[in-house]
Design a protein around this ligand. Structure first.
Ligand code: AOF
Ligand code: ZN
Length: 335
């Protein structure tokens, strides 16, 4: 299953809105086929692994990081392909919450007399598809809030000037976060201050850039201040201007209307603070640069906390060194 998870990772930046899935087929302790899902519209992981295994699939065990599908979507059902191949056992990391599947893949395999084990390395496998799984289960996307900050918790000068607080390695890492995301949400102030392109342009993702779908850009512009002709984000016809207040409605609409499952918030202190205050952040990612910007600089978050009891608490997920910066990943603690 660990190998199947490694296979799945090869599709991480390219399968959206489909999940990244990997499959390994083992016969008599020999790996006879491996595969991963490369892109929506392309065959699923199981199909690639079965093609490689050929007749060696007979009597073999297939390890799959997600329940094999039971429906005909862009491609035919994998559960049926596994049945036809003659495998005798299927080991699955976790169920597919897609209502078109949701246990039916497992049921099909069992009905055909195949031995099925569910629940191997579930957490590690689910880690690959946090957005897909959350969106399928709740119709809300998985939201990552990314902040670049100084040691004293500042994110920009009072003038709005904010480029190059963190180093090149951190900016490269952000390219990966963007490549994982179906949408990037920002605010009009960030557009005015930085005129960012907010696109994926890294050559270091391990896959060809033209295979990576560009995230949809969403600009929160309640006061309708932006003259679109001036800014890079409007060069894409897909950029969405959101003039309403309700962030929950926006996130829900991104799932239902645009099949966005992972959202990256890359914005200034105002918008970032609003997402925290609304309790809409699943993951807080802080790139902390080794510098001090002083009290006249803008705080990393515009947040009002009236007393200690109302503080926002987080649980640390990971700490890593990214060039000269620290990458701190947190999850909110439900209170
Ligand atoms: C699998 N193996 O490798 C993947 C699965 O439109 P389709 O035919 O590509 O179906 C997409 C759905 O199939 C997707 O929403 C998810 O439920 C499942 N993904 N299933 O058996 C795979 N990627
Ligand atoms: Zn499938």
């Amino acid at each position: 299953m660990n190998l199947a998870i490694e296979e799945a990772k090869k599709g991480l930046f390219t399968t959206r809105p489909n999940p990244a899935v990997g499959c390994v087929i083992v016969n008599n302790n020999l790996i006879v086929g491996t595969g991963y899902h490369p892109q929506a519209g392309q065959p699923h992981a199981e199909v690639f692994a079965l093609r490689e295994a050929k007749d060696n699939a007979k009597g073999a065990t297939a390890y799959v990081t997600l329940e094999p599908c039971s429906h005909t979507g862009r491609t035919p059902p994998c559960a049926q392909a596994l049945i036809n191949s003659g495998v005798s056992r299927v080991v699955v990391a976790g169920l597919d919450p897609n209502p078109k599947v949701a246990g039916r893949g497992i049921a099909m395999l069992k009905a055909a007399g195949i031995e099925v084990t569910v629940g191997v390395s579930t957490q590690q496998a689910e880690q690959l598809n946090l957005g897909f799984l959350k969106a399928m289960r709740t119709q809300m996307p998985y939201v990552r809030l990314k902040i670049a900050s100084s040691l004293d918790g500042r994110t920009a000068m009072a003038s709005g000037e904010s480029k190059w607080i963190t180093g090149p390695a951190a900016r490269e890492d952000v390219q990966k976060l963007r490549a994982l995301s179906g949408a990037i949400i920002t605010g009009s102030q960030t557009i005015i201050d930085d005129n960012p392109s907010l696109n994926v342009r890294s050559s270091q993702l391990g896959v060809a850039l033209d295979k990576v779908p560009q995230p949809k850009i969403v600009v929160l512009d309640r006061r309708q201040r932006l003259d679109q002709a001036h800014y890079k984000v409007f060069e894409s016809p897909d950029t969405l201007l959101w003039a309403e207040n309700d962030l929950t409605a926006l996130l829900h609409q991104l799932v239902t209307q645009y099949q966005v499952q992972d959202v990256l918030v890359e914005a200034g202190s105002q918008v970032s603070g609003s997402f925290i205050e609304a309790g809409l952040v699943d993951e807080l990612i802080v790139y902390q640069a080794p510098c001090l910007l002083g009290h006249s600089a803008k705080p990393m978050l515009n947040l009002t906390v009236d007393n200690l009891f109302l503080q926002h608490r987080f649980e640390r997920v990971s700490v890593s060194e990214v060039g000269s910066d620290l990458k701190l990943v947190y999850k909110p603690v439900c209170q």
